[in-house]
Design a protein around this ligand. Structure first.
Ligand code: SF4
Length: 342
């Protein structure tokens, strides 16, 4: 039995926030599900290892290196919410992560301590299509329920009305890992950063939270000695910054992609982003379904119609139903503002 008041205080005092990108306070989410379960008979836990944003690799790293700590965090969540109330736990992973890391996780689940947890934990494999959007909490609920993969209107939030209408705790793998460390007194106000692209030492690094982009690049020996720019927060939806803007904290899912300023083809980069959004749009709202497709058409024309291009980008920013469509303008606008016009 765990001391529920104590663990929530510890999580809150540690300042743990979600690490899937939204940075929602972990303690608040746990308490919300716990409170909702007072009037509901059953609830669910979902471990979100979707990691659909290109360039973010920390969840895979964590379940490879620390499967025991991740499982222990899930165990604590189950204990806190009430093992008799939590009917099922879904561990959501890509096919690649499942193939590479499920055996390590299963070994831990075979330990006596986790017997009851293992009986209700089911691995759920991410489909290859719409790999990004199905990491969004409500789209993930739809996916597990066998419905069309698209985000739901919020509220109600999953904490009160999630899977099959029951209270559902959805946390990222890194959050469960951190909860376990907090409980063991081993949390050190750090987080995981992924460095990708043209960086010398690409990889996942465990370093203090709130590092600036510059500090992260320097600490990891990745500060380039050639002209460069970066994309912070994911290779698709992250903000693009030039070398004079690196005093900002690394936010979101904690990734930094390094680009060579010379040799990065503007047209190819735009094509990469636009193809990603075109392929990942779930089609629920017209702005994103049509907008991402039209942008893709425009970029493939011989001569770019920039006024029309920016009109669509603005429409996506202002009227998209969910964060996928509304995040498209960030990389594109910041790239033009900070790099192309520099
Ligand atoms: S913005 Fe795009 S991904 Fe989001 S609901 Fe609309 S169509 Fe789907």
């Amino acid at each position: 039995m765990i001391n529920k008041t104590k663990i929530i205080k510890e999580i809150s005092d540690a300042g743990l926030v979600g690490r899937g990108g939204a940075s929602y306070p972990t303690a608040q989410k746990w308490v919300a599900v716990h409170d909702a379960l007072k009037t509901k008979k059953i609830g669910y836990i979902i471990v979100n290892g979707a990691e659909g944003e290109p360039g973010v690799k920390k969840d895979g790293y964590l379940i490879e290196k620390y499967p025991e700590t991740v499982i222990d965090g899930i165990f604590l969540a189950d204990e806190y919410l009430g093992p008799n109330k939590i009917k099922k736990i879904y561990f959501f992973l890509s096919k690649e992560y499942y193939r590479k890391y499920a055996s390590g996780l299963k070994k831990v689940l075979a330990l006596k301590k986790y017997k009851r947890l293992a009986e209700k934990l089911e691995f759920f494999i991410k489909p290859e299509a719409l790999a990004y959007i199905c990491g969004e909490e409500t789209a993930l609920l739809n996916l597990i329920e066998g419905k069309k993969i698209e985000p739901r209107l919020k509220p109600p939030y999953p904490t009160t009305s999630g899977l099959h209408g029951h209270p559902t705790l959805i946390n990222n793998i890194e959050t469960f890992y951190n909860v376990s460390r907090v409980n063991r007194g081993k949390y050190q106000e750090d987080r995981f950063y992924t460095i990708t692209g043209a960086a010398k030492h690409r990889g996942v690094y465990q370093l203090p939270i709130n590092l600036t982009v510059e500090a992260l690049l320097r600490k990891t020996g990745n500060y380039p000695d050639w002209p460069f720019f970066v994309q912070v927060g994911g290779e698709a939806s992250g903000e693009v910054l030039n070398a004079k803007q690196l005093d900002r904290p690394v936010e979101g899912a904690g990734s930094v992609m390094v680009y060579r300023a010379k040799g990065t083809d503007k047209h190819e980069l735009l094509k990469y982003w636009l193809k990603f959004y075109r392929d990942q749009s779930c089609g629920k709202c017209v702005t994103c379904r049509e907008g991402t497709y039209r942008l893709w058409e425009l970029i493939n024309r011989k001569k770019m119609d920039y006024p029309f291009f920016w009109e669509i980008v603005l429409a996506l920013e202002e009227t998209s139903y969910c964060g996928l469509g509304s995040s498209l303008p960030l990389p594109i606008k910041s790239y033009f503002n900070n790099i192309v016009k520099k």
